[in-house]
Design a protein around this ligand. Sequence first.
Ligand code: ATP
Length: 299
Amino acid sequence: MLFGKKQEITNTETTVYARAKINLTLDVTGKREDGYHTVKMVMQSVALHDEVRVTVTHGEKKPRGIVVRCNLPYLPVDERNLAYRAAELFYESTGILLETCEIHIEKRIPVAAGLAGGSADAAAVLRALASLHAAGLTDEELCAMGLKLGADVPFCLRGGTMLAEGIGEELSALPDMPHCWVVLCKPPFAVSTKEVYQAIDAVDIRQRPDTAGMLKALDRGDFAGVCRRLSNVMELVTAAKRRQIGEIKEFLAENGANGTLMSGSGPTVYGLFSDEGRAKTAAKMLGRRFADTFLTETV
Ligand code: ATP
């Protein structure tokens, strides 16, 4: 008697760190016809990360498609989640057969904070799936895919210290910024990136970031020079509405930060410290007032 061959169920899994980014500079240089602002910014990845675990299962009788889970109950886990959309785009663009792809996001990066947390998760999913399916995609191909999900995704795919131009997708690698400790503090309100970019059009920007000077400081490995040139035009919008931005910067500076700035469209403010002990103490004190305070470092 012949028995039908039982289909074998196979599982492959990988975990990718989705790292947060901070802006060392952010300048808005214009607006394209399609409404996107063009920017010039120096971006830096930091060790603070979400953990993104991706499991691909083959051979189930009833494949389950894309399933996202997250430790934060208020984050959507359907198409509204960038990690979900990244998986969807990966399977659509590669033509690889989607059976079951489970994504678990252990979120540590504060949400809607100017730290590109969603973009980092999307980048992590693209990397994970490219590796699990041995898709043979080049970095350029992955970045082109990532750009369809968001302007910060290509940077998140690469990480390190980069100059980003265009709408954020034209990346040039820079010398690694001198290692330092970073205290990140997100005051308890969220900021809509879209609204801040809309508001910047009405602002008279008198002092722009010295991007050329920042690039030279990075070339020299000059930490003090980097700290002197931290500058973000978006502070003009967000700090004008919320006094806590200025207060946190002041607190960090008074407690040993070598430089301070708001990241992206905010509201997260950071301080750079060459001294680990001072960074630890500042983070501890600030953490008593703002729960979303983190001690991390450049990577
Ligand atoms: P950016 O600096 O790129 O604008 P951000 O740090 O300001 O990013 P995110 O944390 O990426 O903001 O979140 C922005 C919005 O995206 C939130 O309102 C959130 O609901 C939505 N979102 C979708 N997917 C995710 C995800 N995986 N992680 C965080 N937010 C997500």
